[in-house]
Design a binder for this molecule. Structure first.
Ligand code: HDE
Length: 691
């Protein structure tokens, strides 16, 4: 279902309507509404003379253009957004009085922005990086922003360290590189001096930071929040988003090649999925627990570098989010949307997590410079859908025109003007935590290694191998040997096997600096299988793209059979050919081979004609197409004609390694069954050194 075209008015968040129909009079005007007679030529003194200062049309147009860019976000600059809705699964009044969580029939509109953290707005989509997962709920009681990431913990425990963390990971300030990459000295220098980062580093070096797409990421609120019901009772919660399609990742080599083949890979994927009616969906779950459970946990619930394993406090699904509409204007919506963890509604409240507390200042402050002043809440994408009234006035770019002489409260001159409302208004939970004024880390935040070790032990062998490879890659890019050695020392503490494998892979065995942790890592935390993506991956190809390599003379009926079978599974087929024009035999390719390497697809099938296959044996892009799919552990289907090409790519037609002949009986089903495995892990040892 297309949602962006057609006449009439579409409902937009912020109570705005979006006019999609063209007005009858299409005369071009200035911003003041003056009709423009010539939009091609500036006003000049004589045909070949100088341009006149008087040309208000030119000056207005150029001046506006000069100011088209606003400062990009200092972090999370590159983002992709979408509209959608949220619907609770049940009435949650036992936990919270938040109005949007009471009625399972009620849909609340949302706007979501996914992002990478370190790169600039024009950087690529697939660096190794944390993904932001920010959701704005336009509730009837005001906007609620759940500003999370795709990783349940964070690098640091205290907001005081955030500028240092971000400075260290962004481009180095003298040389302005590397862009969108943590693989450089300053980042590893900083984190290797911050033991509290160790747990997050394990996640950052795992496959979580190279996701297959934005539709395939989990999301987390990270901090512990509170839900508060009408009786004033509070429950602690951690928020979790789980994609219905399952969470999947790419391989590092694949992510690197995608960056070159399609820098907008994830933005395009999200856009195309929504545009074609394949609306991405997530379940919102909570881990809900009381003070007694909090006291019994191994770690402090206020420490954002720790998680609560699902095996200890299970997830309770509470709602579902569907993204069903692309933005109609990237700047107006995705760029100007302003998230803030402090945008909260009655029934939800903060905890004194020292990272969250710092964020409550930062996000409001950053919008002042990013969006130019204190009135960013009037920008349509940021506007609440419920009535908004107060005595705040004026400032840059004020849109509202509040009439009357009364702009203060209390007043007796305007009895109908807004008043506070103790029964409905937001009341902070009376958190009893207080103490002497101090700058100190609590003792309960001191264990920095136990959950890092638990994470390592919860991974499957391929995931462990990827973590080893990621540390090896990143640290090999660090030029200063002392930093490498310091990090190797931390890895030894996390788990000696990890430290040794990375050191050996770098040719630095025995060179680790000795790190003596303040609190030694515990050995008794059970692995948490829910932390592994591979262990819980659903067997599905729903929402995936399979590519078929076709040539002149390819069998159109074989292509149709494959397409129909994939469609039944909710997957789509794209045709890739040496040339994009219509092929002999009538097939119409979607993409030309040069611009469609196999990294862009989830699984591939070679369906050339015999003559076509022979010709492709002399084309590097075709050989790489199969070799890369092989190296990236993707299911490969082939017809009989492909044999010479497989031979040229040194690929043995071994079904146990996911190389499936599809022209025989049951061939297509066998191929789809293989593709549902996402990656053929058995093949990994054939193509990657097992460090
Ligand atoms: Fe952010 N963060 N952050 N952050 N963050 C921003 O706000 C900040 C943190 C997150 O799509 C900025 O509007 C501080 C944790 C997302 O617009 C800024 C601290 C988590 C986004 C800011 C943190 C996040 C941001 C930059 C530590 C996961 C993108 C532009 C105290 C729970 C939102 C902006 C979007 C953006 C500050 C830590 C998630 C500068 C000070 C932890 C998803 O205000």
């Amino acid at each position: 279902m297309k949602t962006r075209s057609g006449g009439g008015q579409e409902r937009r968040p912020g109570g705005e309507t979006h006019q999609t129909a063209r007005s009858v009079d299409q005369t071009l005007t200035t911003n003041q509404g003056v009709a423009i007679s010539d939009n091609q030529n500036s006003l000049r003194s004589g045909e070949r003379g100088p341009t006149l200062l008087e040309d208000f049309v030119l000056r207005e147009k150029i001046t506006h253009f000069d100011h088209e860019r606003i400062p990009e976000r200092i972090v999370h600059a590159r983002g992709s957004g979408a509209h959608g809705y949220f619907q609770p699964l049940k009435n949650l009044s036992n936990l919270t009085k938040a109005a949007f969580l009471q009625d399972p029939k009620k849909k609340t509109r949302v706007f979501v922005r996914f992002s990478t953290v370190a790169g600039g707005a024009g950087s690529v989509d697939t660096p190794r990086d944390v993904r932001g997962f920010a959701v704005k709920f336009y509730t009837e009681e005001g906007n609620f922003d759940l500003v999370g990431n795709n990783i349940p913990i964070f690098f640091i425990q205290d907001a005081m360290k955030f500028p240092d963390l971000v400075h260290s990971v962004k481009m180095e300030p003298d040389r302005a590189f590397p862009q969108a990459a943590s693989a450089h000295d300053t980042f590893w220098d900083f984190v290797s001096l911050m033991p509290e980062s160790m747990h997050m580093l394990m996640w950052a070096m795992s496959d979580r930071t190279i996701p297959r797409s934005l539709r395939h990421i989990e999301g987390f609120g990270v901090h512990t929040f509170r839900l508060v019901n009408a009786q004033g009772e509070s429950t602690f919660v951690k928020f979790h988003w789980r994609p219905t399609l399952g969470a999947f990742s790419t391989l590092w080599d694949e992510a690197v090649k995608i960056a070159g083949a399609d820098p907008d890979y994830q933005r395009r994927d999200l856009w195309e999925a929504i545009d074609s009616g394949n609306f991405p969906e997530w379940t919102l779950s909570i881990q809900a627990f009381d003070q007694k459970t909090a006291d019994e946990l191994d770690f402090d619930i206020l420490d954002p570098t720790k998680l609560i394993p699902e095996e200890v406090v299970p997830l309770t699904p509470i709602g579902r989010m569907v993204l069903d509409q692309n933005p109609v204007n990237f700047f107006a919506e995705t760029e100007q949307v302003a998230f803030h963890p402090g945008h909260i509604v009655p029934g939800i409240d903060f905890t004194p997590d020292p990272l969250l507390q710092g964020r409550l200042h930062s996000y409001l402050d950053t919008q002042l410079s990013r969006l130019g002043g204190p009135n960013f809440h009037e920008i349509p994408i940021n506007k609440p859908v419920c009535p908004m009234r107060n005595f705040q006035r004026d400032g840059h770019m004020r849109m509202a025109v509040p009439p009357g002489r009364v702009n203060y409260e209390p007043n007796s001159l305007a009895p109908d003007s807004p008043r506070e409302n103790p029964s409905r208004g937001f009341a902070s939970f009376p958190d009893p935590n207080a103490g002497p004024k101090t700058r100190e880390r609590p003792e309960s935040f001191a264990d920095h290694y136990s959950q890092a070790r638990q994470f390592w032990r919860s991974m499957t062998p391929p995931e462990q191998a990827h973590i080893v490879n990621a540390f090896t890659f990143e640290l090999s890019k660090v030029v200063t040997p002392a930093i490498r050695k310091r990090m190797l020392g931390h890895l030894d503490v996390i788990e000696p096997e990890l430290g040794q494998r990375v050191a050996t892979a770098m040719g630095m065995a025995g060179e680790a600096e000795k790190i003596s942790p303040a609190v030694s890592p515990r050995d008794d935390l059970d692995p948490s299988p829910e932390l592994s993506l591979i262990a819980k991956a659903p067997k599905t190809i729903q929402g995936r793209t399979v590519a078929a390599l076709v040539t002149d003379g390819s069998d159109a009926s074989a292509v149709k059979k494959l397409r129909d079978a994939l469609k039944k599974e909710g997957a789509q087929l794209k045709l890739v050919a040496p040339k994009v024009g219509t092929l002999q035999g009538g097939l119409v390719p979607d993409m030309q081979l040069d611009g469609a390497p196999s990294v862009l697809f989830d699984a591939v099938v070679a369906l050339p004609s015999e003559a076509g296959a022979k010709e492709l044996t002399g084309v590097a892009a075709a050989i790489d197409w199969l070799r890369d799919a092989f190296g990236h552990l993707k299911a490969i289907g082939f017809n009989g004609a492909t044999q010479p090409l497989l031979a040229k790519a040194c690929i043995e037609a071994d079904p146990s390694m996911g190389i499936v002949a599809i022209d025989g009986k049951g061939g297509i089903e066998a191929f789809i069954g293989t593709a549902k495995r996402h990656k053929i892990w058995e093949r990994d040892k054939l193509v990657r050194p097992q460090r």
